[in-house]
Design a protein. Sequence first.
Length: 388
Amino acid sequence: MDADYRFSERTGWSREENRISRMLEELRAAGKQVLDLTRSNPTECSFPFDERAIRKALSGSEILRYAPTPRGTVSARDAVAAYYLTNKARVATEDVVLTSGTSEGYSFLFRLLCNAGDEVLIPSPGYPLFDFLADLCDVKLVRFPLVYDHGWQIDFAALAGAASERTRAVILVHPNNPTGHYVSTKEQTKLAEFCGARGIALIADEVFLDFSLGDRRGSMASSESLTFVLSGLSKMCGLPQMKLAWIAVGGPDAAKREALARLELIADAYLSVGTPVQLAAAALLETRTGFQAQAMERIRANLRELDGQLARQSACSRLACEGGWTAILRVPALQSDEDLAIALLKRGVHAHPGYFYDFAQPGHIAVSLIVQEQEFAEGTRRILAHFA
């Protein structure tokens, strides 16, 4: 007789596939072509990488020796500090803690800052992965809105209203995924004042920082309040398989020292970052220039194509986007977002409905801008044809 084994409530998520996933699987199983405008894995988007440089970076004899360091090797952290200088921010090597990915970085920070049941403020719209990471750490996410008025802005009144005695941190994605909103200099100042007055931390996710469609944007690593900046090779270099990210800690000296000492203990319990990728970090970071040039060329080309097609009709429009890899279309809300995604699949195109990203109102579609140009153009045509 099988025992009645028990599992934690925190992992009791529904595993039932939604209608969109089921239909997508059915179409692919039947051999139907589906243009995938949700694709955001750069290794699946036909970018040529500097394979020679990457192989060379991972070929050193030192990879055979294991000498674990909780915060990460000095050479890797030196490379991260040098990167920030290119973004007009000063981050000392000793203020960097390496992680295997930004998801692990979030879990480290939730464990550092929160007791079970404590709260973290997070913007909406936003990326859905945060809910799972928070659940795993017994942290409650409390959302505050980004408002759209000729561009995205933080609703500071709503942010203040969302804060409570149990608030321990505010998460801002700079630029936001999927809206492409950068936190402006004025907003950064207000955020530092908001967090400093309440003794709460600011977590700034900058994985898309370098993909600006306008002037180069600076890092938030120089904030005057206690700040934890997350980034890594996944988006910056288009190398998610390398599993190297980091937390850069900034703010008042006493708070920063205490945070780093505690983070070091957390990191020492896992020692999750592999030696080869740490030794290769400096060389891998150098490849970002070539990848980012290719990515930005494609992003701009796809935006031109999208805007050109939008100009030939009147039903749909594109929301302002300052950077990142995603564009948001505003479309007629003639059906639920899920029904719309199903209808588009029947036309052979896969796009993310707005509710995936917690848009408050129906009538939004998110499309990836790093999809190959020909596929993007045809997928866009099919989306707009649905509203013709």
